[in-house]
Each structure stands twice: as structure tokens, then as C-alpha cells.
Design a protein around this ligand. Structure first.
Ligand code: NAD
Ligand code: ZN
Length: 255
């Protein structure tokens, strides 16, 4: 990790008026959830077209078998890691206003963040395709495949965005507003290639924000919009950043 960059990032956060977070699959990798793209990514094993809304609508049972295998095996066991916890700490300190996340895993909320804008929805909620009722996921729903709505017996779909579906309007509006409000953005673990989500940090930059980026490797943002690039795994980098910002937390070395 480049300590000069880390110190520069800490300085920027210290003097920031309002910090926002923008996160992607990379922040949850150390919680045991694989990303979509790259080595070990979900797309290296599964065909992305199986997550198209038209496939779900026409073959719900087959689509659900796959969704169950991928999402409800990894996601159920995952817990927040140091990077999620660091963002929660920044909120407690009154620094972080909100997190715009592309993730669907609820780990930011579990870490304690109270203002999380889910750009791509959430895997722990299901929605009925017929009556739009929303409900929380329980294992019992898998007793029938595909899971069905208790109210109207319509087919239930995970309440996250499939290819071919629109971004939730409220999330989009909220994210856009934040691009005008926050003066510093911490962008963590995202390739910057999934649009329209990737346009959020780009717009923030156009509106004059400073962009601090944390990623295991350079992303599409790094050369174009990133001001300070913190290369490394999210949990380690973010924990080190918190230690610099709040050194009183670090136990003094015994003589
Ligand atoms: P991505 O899968 O395209 O890319 C992951 C990014 O994280 C890469 O840039 C990679 O270099 C970086 N990365 C990997 N391990 C890291 C680590 N330990 N620390 C820091 N960075 C690391 O992710 P994306 O661009 O966010 O995009 C895709 C979509 O995938 C999102 O819309 C999201 O909905 C969905 N997704 C969500 C989850 C989740 O909820 N946890 C998991 C997989 C995919
Ligand atoms: Zn229903």
C-alpha cells in the first residue's frame, strides 16, 4: 500500500464537508462473495444471459435454480468485512452522508450504515411479478420452485435488477442529488464499466468532487477521474485509512 497516497486520502477526508461512498462487488469479496467480472468471477462460471429478465419471465423455474445456487448460497453466510465497517465508522463520525451501492448483499446495512442507496436492488427481498407485494426472503420459500406469492400465487422474483430491467427511480434520483452535494467520494471495488451506475462518480467528478478510489487493480475510473488511487484489497486499505484518521483507537504499544 502506498502510504503517501493513504495520508493524502486521510487529509482530504479530514477537511471534507460531505463524503459519499460508491461501492461495487469488490468491497464484498473479502466477505466471501465473488464478483461478477474477472478471475474467479461469477461470469467465468455462468452465462450472464441467464440473468436476463426475459429468461426469468419465460423460464422462471430454471432461472430460480441458478439464482438459488449462486446468490442464496454465498450471500446467506456473508458478514461485513473491515471495509464495510470503516464506512460505518465514517458515518458515526459524521463524515459520511450516504453510500450508493451496486451491491445487493445488505452488508453495508449490517455494518451499521443507515443511508444506503441500492442502485441495483436487494437480494434479501423478493417481489411478486403479479401483485408487486414485497417480502423478505426465507428458506421456506424454496419449498416450492419457483417460489410463489402467498397473496396471489404470482411468481416471486428477487428484488434486484436483472439485465433488461430499469434502475429503481428513487435510487437514481437520490444518487444524482448526491453527486451535487458531496465534495469527496470514496469509490471502492468497482470496475466502473456497469452503466448507468458508473456514471455516478463521473458526474460527481464533473461537479467538482475529489475522488478517492480503492481497488485491488486499476479500474475504468483510475486514469480518468480518480484523484487518489489506493491500490489494494478493500478491507486492509480502509482499515488503514481509519487508523490514520482516528489514531486514538489504535492501542498504544506496551514498552
Ligand atoms: P465487478 O464484479 O464488475 O468488479 C469487481 C471489482 O472489484 C473489480 O474492479 C476488481 O478489481 C475489484 N476487486 C476485487 N476484489 C477486490 C478486493 N478484495 N478489494 C478491492 N477491490 C476488489 O463489480 P461491479 O463493477 O461492482 O459490477 C457489477 C455488478 O455486479 C453490480 O451491479 C452488482 O449488482 C453485481 N454484484 C453484486 C455483488 C454483491 O452484492 N456483493 C456480487 C457480485 C456482483
Ligand atoms: Zn402477489
Amino acid at each position: 500500500m502506498n502510504t503517501k497516497n493513504l495520508e493524502a486520502a486521510a487529509d482530504i477526508i479530514r477537511t471534507a464537508r460531505r463524503v459519499a461512498g460508491f461501492t461495487g462487488a469488490g468491497i464484498s469479496v473479502e466477505s466471501g462473495i465473488p464478483p461478477f467480472r474477472g478471475e474467479g468471477g461469477i461470469w467465468s462460471k455462468y452465462d450472464p444471459s441467464l440473468f436476463d429478465i426475459h429468461y426469468f419471465q419465460t423460464q422462471p423455474e430454471k432461472a430460480w435454480e441458478l439464482i438459488k445456487e449462486i446468490f442464496y448460497s454465498y450471500f446467506g453466510k456473508a458478514e461485513p468485512n473491515g471495509a464495510h465497517i470503516a464506512l460505518a465508522r465514517l458515518e458515526v463520525e459524521g463524515k459520511l452522508s450516504c453510500i450508493i451501492t451496486q451491491n445487493i448483499d445488505s452488508l453495508h446495512q449490517e455494518a451499521g450504515n443507515t443511508d444506503v442507496v441500492e442502485f441495483h436492488g436487494n437480494s434479501r427481498r423478493l417481489v411478486c411479478l403479479k401483485c408487486s407485494t414485497k417480502l423478505l426472503f426465507t428458506e421456506a420459500l424454496f419449498d416450492n420452485m419457483p417460489p410463489r406469492c402467498e397473496e396471489c400465487s404470482g411468481i416471486l422474483k428477487p428484488d434486484f435488477i436483472f439485465f433488461g430491467e430499469a434502475i429503481p427511480v428513487l435510487a437514481q434520483e437520490r444518487a444524482l442529488t448526491e453527486t451535487r452535494l458531496a465534495d469527496v467520494w470514496i469509490v471502492i471495488g468497482t470496475t466502473g464499466t456497469v452503466f448507468p451506475a458508473a456514471s455516478i462518480p463521473i458526474m460527481a467528478k464533473q461537479n467538482g468532487s475529489t475522488i478517492i478510489e480503492v481497488n485491488a487493480r486499476p479500474s475504468a475510473f483510475t486514469d480518468d477521474i480518480t484523484d487518489i488511487f489506493l491500490e489494494g484489497k478493500a478491507a486492509g486499505v480502509m482499515t488503514a485509512l481509519i487508523e490514520l484518521l482516528y489514531p486514538e483507537d489504535t492501542p498504544a504499544q506496551e514498552e
